[in-house]
Design a protein around this ligand. Structure first.
Ligand code: HEM
Length: 190
């Protein structure tokens, strides 16, 4: 939501996708989400730039192993810097840019490597991923479908974060919203 007022062309594209796939006579439903690929790209791109847990969770190696050419002894605490991986210029083109289109072909590269890890990978990955993506998709999709969003007094939304184990905004989000003309009848329904 914070990124959209700074990128009106992304907001417009997401609204058009919903208008075509769902129409303007009803609100989106969870069954619509698989057909809203661009909305999913926005969520992926947001989680790439701002992973909820930038260092994921500390893990401990249960056996001696090699990771990327490094010896990791049994019992070592391993921290994975997802924030840095998500902004690695060797992996991502123009890594600092908000560009949902980069995920239009999926979230793996040509060799099938998954490069986006906000929910981690492997046996200890987040078990809530599907629920989280469904919930975020429904909330963001409904706000995008029903309202036009704009900056306050034209001032760019400040995307600074305030650090910590989980990522949080340094400045609370303020944005202008206006019901979309095409959704007025749906919004008036009791
Ligand atoms: C956008 C939303 C969410 C994000 C980005 C997220 C991300 C994560 C991350 C990074 C971990 C640590 C994995 C690791 O390094 O071991 C984790 C673990 C976990 N998450 Fe989520 N999560 C989200 C939503 C949820 C939801 C909705 C639930 C449950 C309803 C959930 C339940 C859990 C549990 C139980 C673990 C611990 C798994 C384990 O240690 O085996 N998460 N999540």
């Amino acid at each position: 939501m914070a990124l959209l007022p700074n990128h009106p062309e992304v907001l417009k594209k997401a609204q058009t996708e919903i208008d075509v796939a769902v129409g303007t006579s009803r609100l989106i439903s969870p069954d619509d989400l698989p057909r809203l690929g661009y909305l999913q790209c926005i969520i992926n791109e947001t989680l790439r730039l701002y992973p909820a847990a930038p260092l994921l969770m500390p893990h401990e190696s249960s056996a001696h192993c090699m990771v990327g050419g490094y010896d990791v002894l049994r019992g070592t605490m391993v921290l994975v810097n997802a924030y840095a991986i998500h902004r690695d210029p060797d992996v991502w083109e123009h890594p600092a840019e908000f560009k949902p289109e980069r995920f239009e072909g999926g979230d793996a590269d040509a060799d099938g490597r998954r490069l986006l890890i906000p929910f981690v990978m492997g046996r200890r990955k987040c078990p809530g991923e599907a629920l989280a993506l469904r919930t975020v998709g429904m909330v963001l999709g409904t706000l995008v479908q029903c309202f036009d969003w704009d900056r306050v007094d034209g001032v760019e939304v400040d995307m600074a974060d305030r650090g910590g184990l989980t990522i949080a905004r340094a400045v609370p989000l303020e944005a202008m919203c206006k019901p979309r003309e095409s959704m007025r009848d749906v919004l008036r329904e009791p």
